[in-house]
Design a protein around this ligand. Structure first.
Ligand SMILES: *Cc1c(COP(=O)(O)O)cnc(C)c1O
Length: 376
């Protein structure tokens, strides 16, 4: 089952269930006890097992990573009119929940060393918006942001840090799991992430009482009473017990998935690094990434679109780097601080197929198609 390909297509990153069938076993147990809903043993197990694995005190399983960011913002006290700093180079799901809270995003540029939030641009933002309520940091493509500098700046201003670790489960910054360094961390189990539950998310924190509060909001904010009573706005954001079963099984193979992602990255790097204008994503000394996607920039004559089209012709999926939020029609009215490095990364960057089901033959094929563009 696990090696079957849909239409022989090579994907960027697609679901990969365990060879051992762990996920099915957990889901089967839920079926056999009719415990498909409401909350049940798989949810409790998934929360406990993930929290243990990453060394966090508390976790709440939710319907998506986006929901987790939303509740993290609420837990950090973000409300109408507040300013939230957010990296510009990210997926829109990082920024959308700021708008759900009727708050105002201010977008922060990337730096060249990490591709993630620039500490220099962040300092500038604190000068311009000293009233900021929270900072969201993203660990893009599994590369960790420069957390020591970012935490130092945020601690100096006593502002909550939310780590969007949707793409970086299994990535370590100086030995610490990304998502556990700031006040709150979020993970996503969407279909293309390093492990998936088909869809889902997790909010983690060492502030146990804040996680309990998030659990309460996520379950429609039901007060403790015989009747249905609500003194706060509620959300239907909890994960189902079936979905959590898939997650428990996937956690068992996370390490193997990281190993394969690293193998893929190193294969590409070995084969393509010498090509004119090719520069791979930065792996810093402090960083032990999960290599979720192998990304690179092309500074020469061959453009990302040339590579993407050549691969697509052979039924192989690849894509450009995230388009910065401050260039998005929906978000362009918000402020942006930086020198425009994120725009350069967007103009020149792309992600190669990084699916953990790829064989050496597949990798050879991708590399062959790319090299032909340089040597024709
Ligand atoms: C996938 C992703 C999310 C959103 O997660 P969902 O589970 O799809 O809601 C948020 N931020 C980043 C950076 C992501 O890549």
């Amino acid at each position: 089952m696990s090696t079957t390909k849909v239409n022989n297509r090579i994907f960027l990153s697609s679901p990969h269930m365990s060879e051992q069938g762990y996920e099915e076993q957990y889901v089967k147990e839920a079926f056999e006890t009719n415990w498909v809903a409401p909350v049940g043993e798989n949810i409790n197990g998934f929360e406990r097992e993930l929290a243990n694995m990453i060394d966090s005190k508390a976790a709440v399983a939710l319907s998506s990573g986006t929901a987790a960011i939303h509740l993290a913002l609420k837990a950090a006290g973000v409300k109408e009119g507040d300013v939230v700093f957010c990296p510009t180079l990210t997926f829109s799901a990082t920024a959308n929940p700021i708008i759900y809270q009727n708050a105002t995003p201010v977008f922060i540029d990337s730096n060249y060393e990490t591709w993630n939030m620039s500490p220099e641009a962040l300092e500038e933002a604190f000068v311009k918006y000293p009233e900021v309520q929270a900072v969201i940091v993203v660990h893009l493509y599994g590369l960790s942001a420069e957390m020591d500098k970012i935490m130092e700046i945020c601690n100096k201003h006593n502002v909550a840090v939310i780590e969007d670790a949707a793409e970086s489960l299994g990535s370590y910054y100086k030995g610490q799991q990304t998502g556990t360094i700031g006040d709150y961390g979020i993970f996503s189990f969407n279909g293309n992430k390093i492990i998936t539950t088909s869809g889902g998310g997790m909010l983690v924190s060492n502030k146990e009482e804040r996680i309990e509060k998030a659990r309460f909001w996520a379950t429609q904010s039901r007060d403790q009473a015989q009747h249905y009573q609500h003194s706060e706005l509620g959300f239907n954001y909890r994960m189902s017990n079936i979905v959590a079963g898939v997650g428990r099984g996937q956690l068992k193979v996370l390490e193997k998935r990281v190993e394969k992602k690293k193998y893929i990255f190193e294969y590409y790097k070995r084969e393509l690094e010498g090509l004119e204008g090719v520069e791979f994503m930065p792996i810093n000394d402090w960083d032990e990434p999960n290599y979720w996607l192998s990304a690179l920039i092309l500074n020469g004559q061959i453009r990302p679109i040339d590579v993407i089209q050549a691969l697509e012709k052979e039924n192989i999926e690849s894509r450009p780097i995230w388009k910065p939020m401050h260039l998005q029609p929906f978000f362009e009215k918000y402020d942006f601080l930086g020198v425009g490095l994120s725009e350069k990364l967007f103009d020149n960057g792309m992600c190669l197929p990084s699916d953990t089901k790829m064989t050496d033959e597949d990798l050879e094929k991708v590399v062959g198609i790319i090299k032909r563009l340089w040597f024709k």
